[in-house]
Design a binder for this molecule. Structure first.
Ligand code: SF4
Length: 721
């Protein structure tokens, strides 16, 4: 961005009159510091606000095949897409197209669909509430619920697991609760890289006497040693050891660990019987299911020492207020929903919900992924949700459920999709089974991407493709009625405004709400809504949301409050549960089978510290000691020695699923502190090994944390580095 713009811009991140960080969804404190962002927030802002541009001239000179030779890192660094472009079926280079021509092409393709379900509308979690609401209204007016989104691949298991047990698919704590917790469980999450400002909340909780239990196959630096950069300015040099206990559980061993912790609570009689009797059902069956699991099974599957589990058990049984935080390490498993419900069992036993300092905290990795779902980006909405939406919108909307991400790819593979529209994101790289997904996308007639920067999804397209360049979160958005602001919802259900302040890098960029309105107008006219009027002043969109969504009453007024407002959350607000019986549900789940055959490993994909989802900011992962490389495979040193393999040796990975194999070459071995039999590698590079149909029960989330594979020495066919 250049030095001057850098200071100016970073002073506005996460400030009340500024813009929301386009990074993760960690909440902002009531009292912001002058520099209210983390390193990865700064990277996300700098990445969006970079000055480099991808011009039509550049795209005319560089075919999609030539661009496909570039790495994701190189593609991302080419800069902001400056003008709408079109890739015709006959050509291999993108050409300039006017906005009007683009919308006419999209409208005629959509209206040529023999059935509205032959169009699929994907959403990435950066889309604002206003854009997402207008988008879902258009898609439903068009006649389908084909609204897959990135949460299908991340916290869908949390939504299902919590929805079935406590009646809401969201977390139940506020940021303030962290100051009142005496025990915090952090399971299957690496906040140091993926939600860095959470470390500040953990440090403050620690300073208030909280104990932190970190459950993760890897000993992530953020939970081991933390130093808040601004402390130096206060002369506070001491680092904080956040985790009191690290449990290096085997991949997939969380369910066994949680069974063990539940058994220990039962043995310690650490249960809130009054809460159980008044507010829940199913306790006895759940308790019997836990008692029936032997410690041998628990130690075998978790890979942990009994004494360590006992330590955690003691912390929990003494606790008056426990918060459980989790991320992909729980959700992206075959039993993702079940293991999250074991977390629910563990906390419900002691009434750790709807009490100060206690509750559930699934931490979202995308700045508005929770907001998008709340305002209607949902392929399988409830009847009640659609009833309210229909009343507000004033037109009949389809009731049959649509495609989630995996089903959308299947439909494309079966030539059942004519138009695939993506509101942001990098669908090809974010999804599993990359080669299969690429084939699926190439079956589609027209693919459209609303994007800020080039990525691989612009290079693997339908028969014809359009890129519509949009404004970034950091940029000024001026519509007919003047300057606009949008709103987002963070991980803790707080809705607040975000106002871009920077001058856009090109005059040919448009806002997401404007793009949706123009597309809707071109496709449907004003039969359903006056789309252009709605986009002329986002207060009109918010007024429509007030009528169409529960919890959004007086939205226009309340969103202008300095910290916005909290959406209703019955478990948090009043320990009440919108389940069929009005009681919180204990559930029983058998231990999952986590045994693999001899010679097989379990691989999990993860992020480096220099990436945000599929956006690669750099080639280093300094907290894991990796520099200048991304095709690395973290492996237990004893497993390497056992095979006579050396550090930096090249290997090939083959994943196995239902008799099918997927093969991937040229991975550099890195000896690492990871349980034996477990491996880790970065996505999107390792996504080609994740089978499309290997998904979590109930949530259909791809199992990116559970990939059964074998390794072969790849050094034979690779020149030594
Ligand atoms: S913690 Fe998340 S939201 Fe906050 S600045 Fe960092 S990346 Fe952005």
């Amino acid at each position: 961005m250049g030095p001057v713009k850098t200071v100016k811009t970073l002073r506005m991140v996460n400030q009340k009159e500024g813009f929301d960080c386009p990074g993760c969804a960690w909440p902002d404190p009531e009292h912001r510091t002058a520099f209210e962002f983390c390193e990865n927030g700064a990277k996300a802002v700098a990445d969006e606000a970079m000055q480099a541009k991808v011009t039509p001239e550049f795209l005319r000179k560089n075919s999609v095949q030539a661009l496909a030779e570039m790495s994701d890192y190189q593609l991302n660094n080419l800069g902001r897409i400056a003008h709408p472009v079109y890739l015709s079926p006959e050509s291999s280079t993108y050409e300039t197209i006017s906005w009007d021509d683009a919308f006419n092409k999209i409208a005629s393709a959509l209206n040529a669909c023999s059935n509205p379900d032959r169009a699929v509308f994907y959403t990435s979690g950066r889309t604002s509430n206003e854009a997402a609401f207008l988008y879902q209204a258009f898609v439903r007016a068009f006649g389908t619920n084909n609204l897959p989104d990135c949460s299908n691949m991340c916290h869908e298991s949390s939504g299902k697991g919590l929805g079935q047990t406590i009646g809401i698919g969201k977390g139940t704590v506020s940021l303030e609760d962290f100051n009142h917790a005496d025990t915090i469980l952090v399971i299957g999450q690496n906040p140091g890289t993926n939600h860095p400002r959470m470390l500040t909340a953990l440090r403050d909780a620690k300073n208030n006497g909280a104990r932190i239990i970190h459950v993760n196959p890897l000993p992530e630096a953020g939970l081991s040693r933390f130093k808040h950069p601004q402390d130096y300015m206060k002369g506070q040099l001491k680092t904080t050891k956040l985790a009191d206990l690290h449990l290096p559980v085997r991949i997939g061993g969380d369910a066994a660990l949680l069974k063990g912790l539940i058994k220990l609570q039962l043995e310690a009689n650490a249960v809130d019987q009054d809460f159980i009797d008044k507010k829940t059902e199913g306790f006895e069956a759940m308790a019997d299911a836990a008692r029936s699991v032997s410690w041998n099974e628990i130690l075998r599957d978790s890979g942990l020492e009994r004494e360590d589990i006992d330590k955690a058990g003691e912390m929990l049984s003494d606790s008056k207020a426990t918060i459980a935080c989790w991320a992909m390490g729980l959700t992206q498993h075959r039993n993702g929903v079940a293991v999250i419900q074991e977390v629910v069992n563990l906390l419900l036993m002691n009434g750790h919900v709807g009490r100060k300092g206690a509750g559930f905290c699934p931490v979202r990795g995308h700045s508005n992924v929770q907001g998008d779902r709340t305002v209607g980006i949902w392929e399988a909405p409830s009847e009640a949700f659609l009833d309210r939406m229909e009343t507000g919108l004033g037109f009949e909307i389809p009731r049959h459920h649509g495609h989630d991400v995996v089903h959308a790819i299947e439909a494309m593979l079966n030539n059942e999709v004519d138009v695939f529209f993506c509101m942001g994101g990098n669908f090809l790289s974010a999804t599993p089974d990359t080669d299969v997904t690429a084939k699926a996308i190439e079956n589609v007639g027209l693919t459209v991407q609303v994007s800020t920067k080039l990525n691989r999804s612009h290079l693997v397209t339908g028969k014809e493709a359009i890129i519509l360049p949009c404004l970034g979160r950091t940029e000024r958005d001026i519509q007919a009625s003047g300057e606009q602001f949008v709103s987002v919802e963070n991980s803790m259900g707080q809705v607040h405004r975000s106002q871009g302040r920077l001058t856009p890098p090109s005059n040919d960029l448009r806002s997401e709400p404007w793009i949706v309105a123009q597309m809707a107008q071109a496709t449907l006219g004003t039969e359903h809504l006056d789309w252009l009027h709605l986009a002329s002043d986002y207060d009109h969109i918010r007024a429509l949301m007030e009528r169409s969504l529960s919890g959004f009453e007086d939205y226009n007024e309340r969103v202008r409050a300095p910290n916005g407002f909290a959406l209703p959350n019955p478990p948090k607000d009043s320990q009440s549960f919108a389940t069929p019986t009005g009681l919180a549900q204990f559930t029983e789940h058998p231990l999952p089978d986590v045994q693999v055959s001899d010679g097989e490993f379990v691989l999990m994909t993860l992020r480096s510290h220099d990436q945000y989802n599929t956006t690669i900011y750099g080639l280093n992962d300094r907290y894991r000691g990796v520099h200048g490389h991304r095709r690395v495979l973290f492996m237990n040193a004893d497993d390497m020695v056992e095979r006579g393999w050396k550090s930096r040796q090249k290997v090939a990975i083959t994943s196995h699923f239902n008799g099918d194999e997927r093969h991937s070459e040229d991975w550099l071995l890195v000896p690492y502190e990871i349980p034996r039999g477990n491996l880790a590698a970065y996505f999107p590079e390792a996504n080609s090994l994740v089978p499309l149909h290997s998904t979590a029960a109930v949530s259909n989330t791809p199992t990116s944390k559970w990939i059964v594979c074998t390794l072969s020495d790849g050094s034979a066919n690779s020149e030594e580095e």
